[in-house]
Design a protein around this ligand. Structure first.
Ligand code: A3P
Length: 319
């Protein structure tokens, strides 16, 4: 039995041992829980979240698959919602806190390590983040009027970003892993919270079904026109920019503050750890679009294109 599994609550351990498993990226194994791949500790935290988290109508939930722009989305949503409290740019919390400390993950922070936090006293709107697929979100998120924002990134860059990140955080005792091996797993859907296509499609479909509930954003679109998408995001969250704010350049100020270039240079993002035991530094790599061509062979590119065509082709979701 994995050491990771041994440490869990007995009922979780029991459940996990009954699940299909595959070789993991940074734990010995990933397990298929409710049709997505997950590490043992994450499954325990997700079960706690599903059982105990109670969404309220004013909550904001940021949902992503890892490495698709979570840090950016957290910074943007926080800045939009709290812009009246922090009008002086030089006093802004993002200058001294990593976005993951301002917008906590349900499964990595609040419900991690068997914790059951009391979140009822937090001022509204509360902003939380999760990597859990739509189908497995806590019931209260689906039943309440809380708003969910999903950011999606093209799978080529998401894979390369995951690959670099995992090279950094993979424990040495798991031995080396080649990019070819990682790529094959990714194409088979075996990646944390994957398959990526199911993750994307769950939120994609819901964004048509309930457009007031789920906003579906794309990393590439935001890179291309942040002003437009920032305004769209603010409106969706119920904090639209006024004409006066637009005239004063508030939209540009927020996009500049949350940009990769600004955040990457800050001392707080070059030291310390804000999620699990990951160095904040490792959350900021290149922050661009299309870096995959520098790492994948044309053949690998074709292989992933085929997977995307097969899995996403009919959905209308394109990159
Ligand atoms: P790269 O590895 O391609 O550089 P996540 O935040 O979901 O973990 O995603 C990490 C990816 O987002 C990394 O991509 C990282 O560099 C990039 N990123 C981090 N902060 C960003 C920002 N403010 N704007 C744009 N991209 C950002």
């Amino acid at each position: 039995v994995d050491e990771e599994v041994e440490k869990l609550r007995p009922e979780c351990k029991q459940l996990i041992l009954s699940l299909p498993k595959e070789r993991g990226w940074r734990t010995p194994h990933l397990y298929l829980y409710q049709n997505f791949w997950c590490q043992p500790k994450e499954i325990q935290a997700i079960i706690s979240t599903q059982q105990h988290f109670r969404a309220t109508d004013t909550d904001i939930i940021l949902a992503t698959i890892p490495k698709s722009g979570t840090t950016w989305l957290k910074a943007l949503a926080f800045s939009i919602v709290h812009r009246k409290r922090f009008t002086l740019p030089e006093k802004h919390p993002l200058l001294t806190s990593n976005p993951h400390d301002l917008v906590p993950f349900l499964e990595y922070k609040l419900y991690a390590n068997n914790q059951q936090p009391d979140l009822s006293g937090l001022p509204s709107p509360r902003i939380f983040a999760t990597h859990v697929p739509f189908a497995s979100l806590p019931e209260s998120m689906k039943m309440s009027n809380c708003r969910i924002v999903y950011i999606c990134r093209n799978p080529f860059d998401t894979f390369i970003s995951s690959w670099h990140f995992l090279l950094n955080v993979r424990p040495q005792n798991l031995g080396p892993s080649s990019i070819e091996e990682g790529f094959d797993m990714f194409c088979k859907g075996v990646i944390g919270f994957g398959p990526f296509w199911d993750h994307m499609l769950g939120y994609w479909e819901e964004s048509f079904e309930s457009p007031h509930k789920v906003l579906f954003l794309k990393y590439e679109d935001m890179k291309e026109d942040i002003t437009f998408h920032l305004k769209r995001l603010a409106k969706f969250l119920g904090f639209p920019f006024t004409l006066e704010e637009e005239r004063e350049g508030v939209v540009e100020e927020i996009s500049r503050l949350c940009s990769f270039e600004t955040l990457k240079e800050l001392e707080v993002n070059n030291t310390g750890k804000s999620i699990a035991n990951f160095e904040n530094k490792s959350l900021f790599r290149k922050g661009g679009v299309g870096d995959w061509v520098n790492h994948l062979t044309p053949l690998m590119g074709e292989q992933l294109s085929k997977v995307m065509e097969e899995k996403l082709g009919r959905s209308g979701l394109t990159f």
